[in-house]
Design a protein around this ligand. Structure first.
Ligand code: KG4
Ligand code: ZN
Length: 365
């Protein structure tokens, strides 16, 4: 029996270039041997968002060196890895091409199998690496491109319970920040301002609250913020702080309703799974402390474990890609052929209905 498997992971789907080496033993225990991430934030911030051409070029320039650095930090050579895992979707097609072609070239040259990994599967399985979580569990993915509540039943076995019908949550933070004159990325700036604000000053809408479907909608909230800002312009720092605090409160209340219903559904539909049920959060918005506190409170109330992996593993990274490859390899899923193509759109749950506006920003995760 092979004592452990070791994979080199490559991630280039959006604005982070990343490479990592990860091991998994026969019992499912993991060891991160290296985790190298180069953020392109500075290159995109002047434009207030990710520019696909700039991203693709930056991946080309950085990836080879990052892979070398990841191998060196892990103190291994290509001969010592069992497989290569590269993100092949969803995401920006230019970046995906760079990462997947590089993965293919290395796999071919080194004679190693290739796993073409779904980036969302990387997010979905991370809690098994960090916390040894067993299936099934619920995952809330809240990033700049996605807001999804997913039932994770097993490797490759996902059911989407909710998604946004318009803006992703991170996108709502970014757009709100922009219209308030705060820097990109907007999430951290809005959270910082909200600390000194009066969350009770504005009563912003909480779309879909009370509905039994588990979807999300954030574009109306952004519009309400714009209208409130226009009515009281010019804005003082206190006005901005009050808007940010009220905006975050509306989001917290929305999530409380939506996710609360999700937890109830989990308990009703999967009552006999044994152990304490768990909710996992992933994606850049998971950095938000108010949101974390809301989810923690909700889990406590409903008897769920709340799992928030360390932030570096919640945001885009190559450890999760290597891990998703390892999980597939460990249960005997065959590697991908070298002519596998990148997919800018690649939902985890192929049966889920496509909702209006969903993924319109290139399905950035
Ligand atoms: O997962 P991520 O790093 O990248 C992708 O979307 O691929 O998520 C980035 C998003 C941005 O929209 C950013 O504004 C948001 O996460 N974000 C936050 C916070 N930190 C980052 N949103 C709210 N509060 C934060 N503290
Ligand atoms: Zn992501």
């Amino acid at each position: 029996m092979v004592p452990f498997l070791r994979i080199l992971g490559i991630e280039t789907s959006c604005d982070e270039t990343a490479a990592a080496v990860v091991e998994r033993d026969a019992e499912g225990h993991s060891r991160i041997l290296s985790d190298v991430v180069l953020s392109q934030l500075d290159e995109h911030s002047a434009y207030g968002g990710v520019v696909p051409e700039i991203a693709a070029r930056a991946h080309v320039e950085a990836l080879d060196e990052l892979i070398e650095a990841a191998l060196k930090r892990a103190n291994v050579s290509l001969a010592d890895v069992d497989a290569i895992a590269a993100t092949s979707g969803p995401g920006l097609i230019g970046g995906l091409l760079v990462g997947l072609m590089t993965g293919k070239a290395i796999a071919k040259a080194a004679g190693k199998p290739l796993y073409a990994v779904n980036h969302l599967e990387g997010h979905a399985l991370t809690a098994r690496l960090t916390d040894g979580l067993s299936f099934p569990y619920l995952m809330l993915l809240v990033s700049g491109g996605h807001t999804q509540l997913i039932l994770v039943r097993g490797v490759g076995d996902y059911e989407r319970w909710g998604t946004t019908i318009d803006d992703a949550l991170g996108e709502a933070f970014d757009k709100t920040a922009k219209l308030l004159g705060l820097p990109y990325p907007g999430g951290p700036a809005v959270e910082r301002m909200a600390r000194d604000g009066n969350a009770g000053r504005f009563d912003f809408p909480r779309p879909l609250v009370g509905e039994t479907r588990l979807d999300f909608s954030f574009s109306g909230l952004k519009t309400a913020v714009r209208q409130a800002a226009q009515e009281i312009a010019p804005l003082s720092d206190q006005d901005v702080a009050d808007i940010c605090a009220s905006f975050q409160r509306a989001i917290s209340r929305t999530l409380k309703d939506r996710i609360g219903r999700g937890l109830q559904r989990f308990k009703a539909e999967l009552p006999a799974t044994g152990g304490t049920p768990a909710l996992v959060v992933a994606g850049g918005v998971a950095a938000n402390l108010e949101l974390r506190a809301t989810l923690q409170g909700l889990c406590d109330k409903n008897g769920f474990r709340f799992i928030a992996p360390p932030l570096s593993l919640c945001t885009d990274n190559a450890v999760m890609i290597a891990w998703a490859g390892l999980e597939r390899m460990a249960i005997g899923i065959a590697p991908d052929p070298l002519d596998v193509q990148p997919r800018s759109r690649w939902p985890l749950d192929a049966n889920a209905e496509r909702l209006i506006g969903f993924g319109k920003r290139g399905a950035k995760a």
